[in-house]
Write a protein of this length. Structure first.
Length: 213
């Protein structure tokens, strides 16, 4: 129906909000895509513009994924008319992925966006908060140990299907299928990072500045 098409377009537009590009442009006069990894994401904003800017971009990007995934709830479910709960989760997952595609190819920033990790995380929070907690734990542990955000993102991505399958024993096949698709997507968007990791050239991120002696 026209409502379904509308909601899908809305999810894409939400995902398309290029928070890194707009925030850096508005407050620092900088397009973060011209520096660092060239990525329009929270990590590169952190790298180029610092902790405060990076945190705000991360928050907005997570929020985009969460909002898009919950659009059928936030709008009127009755109007959209999704019949069963399993189908409903399917629809939510699809909306989340559409938002991530918006983040990757934003209509508001020349279709040059980010890698979708924060937006995917927002979607995972909306779909399965307990699994999201597992993902964030793996992410933070990997980051604190290795200081590679990309590696942390990849391992956190894999944590989603693994945790829903083996810890939470999901009864919704779509959650698992989307989880596997998410892993594939993260590997695709992180190809350059993987190359750099293998060569030992990947840049490191320190959440806490090392104390000067
Ligand atoms: O969320 C993206 C992150 O995993 C890598 O970002 O800027 O280091 O390529 P970046």
């Amino acid at each position: 129906s026209i409502y379904l098409i509308g909601i899908v377009i809305l999810a894409y537009l939400f995902g398309s909000i290029p928070s890194a590009v707009w925030f850096g442009g508005a407050f620092y006069g900088v397009d973060v895509r011209e520096y660092g990894s060239g990525n329009a994401g929270a990590t590169n904003t952190f790298r180029v513009l610092g902790k405060k800017a990076g945190s705000i971009v991360m928050f907005v990007d997570i929020f985009k994924g969460w909002t898009a995934t919950n659009l059928p709830y936030l709008l009127d479910t009755a109007v959209v008319g999704i019949p069963t709960s399993v189908q409903f989760v399917n629809f939510q997952l699809a909306l989340g992925v559409i938002a991530v595609l918006g983040h990757l190819f934003p209509i508001f920033a020349g279709f040059r966006g980010g890698k979708g990790v924060a937006t995917l995380f927002g979607m995972v929070i909306a779909i399965h908060p307990e699994a999201a907690l597992c993902c964030v734990t793996v992410f933070l542990l990997t980051l604190l140990i290795t200081h590679y955000v990309s590696l942390s993102s990849i391992l956190a991505g894999f944590t989603f299907p693994f945790s829903v399958a083996f810890i939470f024993h999901t009864s919704v096949p779509a959650v698992l299928l989307y989880g596997i698709a998410i892993c594939a997507l993260i590997l695709v968007t992180h190809q350059k990072n993987i190359e750099r990791l293998l060569k030992g050239h990947e840049s490191k991120i320190y959440l806490f500045k090392k104390k000067k002696m």
